[in-house]
Design a protein around this ligand. Structure first.
Ligand SMILES: C[S@@+](CC[C@H](N)C(=O)[O-])C[C@H]1O[C@@H](n2cnc3c(N)ncnc32)[C@H](O)[C@@H]1O
Length: 214
């Protein structure tokens, strides 16, 4: 039980050598999911983009490769994730195309109306106050800008049985288990427009998106 909690904590806030190994592995494990999810949003080549909970930094690298004239930021509250993301993106950081910051989704160190796109892959269910954190992202989005949330863990999904087995542990760690409909509600309640939720049930993938209204 202790080991399971330790391993789960390594996903919610990676640290130490176990965290470094996990970040390296997540960079590979989440690649196909991320590729699928990002197909649901348009990425302009001069866009300003933020990846929240950037982990090992592979999504930041992918986004920066798409927004060739823009700037891509990553932010994470784990020092191990920040270090891993910086390593993954060191060449683009050196030429000023990528920046990785340490910080929480709850207090983003950016002015209002900064980003065309914010992405969050396999992280939102860990956030401390999901509703308030969604509004904090809305603040830093430009009018018309989009937030896209991509995940494998959701209520009613293919991996639900495993997640149900971990139910007992949820009292010991913070975790939001939302259905397709609850994801839609989450975006609408926080003030997003054009809300859409896509599900790839056979893979166990979900992707929810919304825009900052005019
Ligand atoms: C499961 S990992 C996913 C990492 C990466 N997005 C990926 O797809 O491989 C979750 C990441 O979210 C970060 N995270 C969790 N809660 C956070 C918060 N409140 N603020 C910023 N980052 C957070 C963790 O530190 C971790 O790096």
């Amino acid at each position: 039980m202790n080991l399971t909690i330790r391993l789960l904590n390594q996903c919610s806030k990676p640290s130490g050598w176990l965290g470094r190994m996990n970040l390296w592995s997540m960079n590979r494990r989440h690649s196909k999911l991320t590729e699928w999810g990002l197909k649901h949003v348009s990425i302009r080549n001069h866009g300003s983009i933020l990846d929240v909970g950037c982990g090992g930094g592979r999504t930041v690298a992918r986004l920066a490769a798409m927004a060739t004239e823009g700037k891509t930021y990553g932010i994470d509250y784990s020092e191990a994730s920040v270090a891993a993301s910086r390593r993954t993106n060191r060449k683009r950081i050196a030429v000023g195309r990528v920046e990785i910051l340490s910080g929480s989704v709850s207090h983003l160190p950016f002015p209002d109306q900064t980003f065309d796109l914010v992405t969050a892959v396999e992280t939102h269910y860990y956030w401390p106050d999901l509703n308030a954190d969604m509004r904090e992202i809305l603040r830093v989005l430009k009018t018309g800008g989009a937030l896209i949330i991509i995940a494998e863990a959701y209520k009613g999904g293919k991996h639900d049985q495993l997640l149900q087995r971990l139910e007992k542990l949820r009292g010991l760690m913070h975790y939001a288990h939302l259905s397709v409909g609850e994801h839609s509600e989450l975006f609408s309640k926080a003030g997003y427009s054009d809300v859409q939720v896509f599900e790839e049930y056979t893979k166990g993938w979900i992707c929810a998106a919304g825009r900052k209204p005019q």
